[in-house]
Each structure stands twice: as structure tokens, then as C-alpha cells.
Write a protein that binds this ligand. Structure first.
Ligand code: DGL
Length: 263
């Protein structure tokens, strides 16, 4: 049985990429809800219904576990999805805890989609770990669209980031928490913008470890690869991807993500 990895778009590939490093003997399907991306600018109710449809689809595909590789979807839909379905559903949330542990005497910036930034789930997470008030949350409407257009380092991206960070003295920060899986593609651009360098923290390794532990605990982990291991199947809003150009684009994105792991 396969593991289903889901996002509104290409952001979740960064999670899939990390998970495939951690659990190479598993088989995967990846579902990108391209018909409805970006989630972060929709209402909670809309996002909940999109996630419900995607999770329902992956359950029908007989997945043994599902990863919501989307902070926005996790923030509004993980609880109702876990109530509705019996299989393990693993979510992702901004990696505030490790950032708080490493920030030294500098501040921490969490960047996230507008929904994630205003949801109570993030507020609770920050209140739990940031007892000294060192965390600033900066919503980034529009950045997911740039990612979906595969614009990662253009002048437009740099202008966008400069504008978004305008009210903040970037000298004051040592940690940047990537609170949306799409933001992993821009690591080299953030590195150019923060004058003293910046530590970038994302939740993907945490999700991969968490998934591994849950599969072990449930006794459904693959201890060795299936004899005829299938390639990852990619779905766009429920449609199996077979277009050569799109598949080539996904391959290129995995290559970029491999580079981003080194930053
Ligand atoms: N990649 C998703 C996240 O981690 C959301 C992007 C969006 O559709 O707004 O939040």
C-alpha cells in the first residue's frame, strides 16, 4: 500500500522529497490540488472542502497513510480529517520549536500564508514555545503564485520579498521559519536578502520522522522495497498526470529541492 502526500500545489513536493530520502522503500502518490491553489487566500470553509475531497480520493486509492504537506490545510482541516478517516493522517506546521531553541539573542521570523498566519493553531504554537516574545509572523500573500509559476529567483521575487519585509529590520533576525511548503523553493533568495545570513527552518524533516514513527507503531512500515516498486504517481486535482512536459517540470523541481536541501 502507498503513502499519499497532498498539497494545493508544488509546495508539497518539498515534503515528498524529504520523505523519500527518509523512507526510500515506500511507494507514493502525490496529489496537487492545482484547480484551487492558492489555498492561503481562500476561506477556511473552502479549504476544508478541498482537503476533504483530496483526502477522500487518496483513501479510495487505498493509501495506508496520508500526509497533509500543506501548513494551510493542516491548520484548518487536520482535526476534522482525523475524525472522519481511520488511517493515520500526518500534518505539517511551522517549525517554531527548533527555531526558538536556536535563535540566540536574535529574533525569529515566521513566514506563512494569510490563513496560517491568522489561524489560532499558529498562535497557540507560538504561545507554547516563545515565552519571551521573540517571534514575528509575516503573512506572504502572493508568494505561492510565484512558486506555482516556477519563479524562484527573478527580480520580481526579490522585489516581492523586499516589499513584504519592509517594516522589519532584517539585521535583528537569526531564524526564518518557512511556514508554507511552497516557500522552500526560495531559499537562495531569502539568503540574499538577510544581510547577516539567516538560518532557514522548515518542517519537512520533522514530518518525515513523524511519519516513520507512526508507520512503525502501526506495523505498516515497509522494511524492504516491494519487488516491483512503482514510480511515484502524480495527480492534479484527481487527474493522473501523464503529460510529458508536466512530468519533466516535476523532475526539475525535485532537482531544485535537492539543491535547496544544501542551503
Ligand atoms: N503549500 C501550502 C502551505 O504549506 C499552501 C499554499 C497555498 O495554496 O496557499 O501552506
Amino acid at each position: 500500500m502507498k503513502i499519499g502526500v497532498f498539497d494545493s500545489g508544488i509546495g508539497g513536493l518539498s515534503t515528498l522529497h524529504q520523505i523519500m530520502h527518509t523512507l526510500p522503500d515506500e511507494e507514493y502518490i502525490f496529489y496537487a490540488d492545482v484547480d484551487h491553489v492558492p489555498y492561503g487566500e481562500k476561506t477556511k470553509e473552502e479549504v476544508l472542502s478541498y482537503v476533504d475531497e483530496a483526502v477522500g480520493f487518496m483513501v479510495k486509492q487505498n493509501c495506508k497513510a496520508i500526509v497533509l504537506a500543506c501548513n494551510t490545510a493542516t491548520s484548518v482541516a487536520i482535526t476534522p480529517m482525523r475524525q472522519k478517516y481511520k488511517l493515520p493522517i500526518i500534518g505539517i506546521e511551522p517549525a517554531v520549536k527548533p527555531a526558538v531553541m536556536h535563535h540566540g539573542d536574535k529574533r525569529i521570523m515566521v513566514i506563512a500564508t494569510p490563513i496560517t498566519a491568522r489561524e489560532v493553531k499558529l498562535r497557540k504554537l507560538i504561545d507554547r514555545f516563545d515565552t519571551e516574545g521573540n517571534v514575528d509572523v509575516v503573512p506572504m500573500p502572493g508568494l505561492v503564485r510565484l512558486a506555482q509559476n516556477c519563479e524562484f529567483e527573478s527580480d520580481k521575487v526579490m522585489e516581492y520579498l523586499k516589499e513584504a519585509f519592509k517594516g522589519y529590520d532584517l539585521n535583528n533576525y537569526s531564524e526564518l521559519v518557512l511556514g508554507c511548503t511552497h516557500y522552500n523553493y526560495f531559499k537562495d533568495s531569502y539568503a540574499r536578502i538577510f544581510p547577516n545570513g539567516i538560518e532557514m527552518v522548515d518542517g519537512n524533516q520533522g514530518v518525515a520522522n513523524n511519519l516513520k514513527n507512526i508507520l512503525k507503531t502501526c506495523g505498516i512500515i515497509n522494511l524492504e522495497a516491494p519487488k516491483e516498486k512503482e514510480e511515484v504517481k502524480y495527480y492534479y486535482s484527481g487527474r493522473l498526470l501523464s503529460d510529458k512536459d508536466e512530468l519533466q517540470k516535476i523532475k526539475m523541481l525535485h532537482e531544485r529541492l535537492e539543491e535547496m536541501l544544501r542551503l
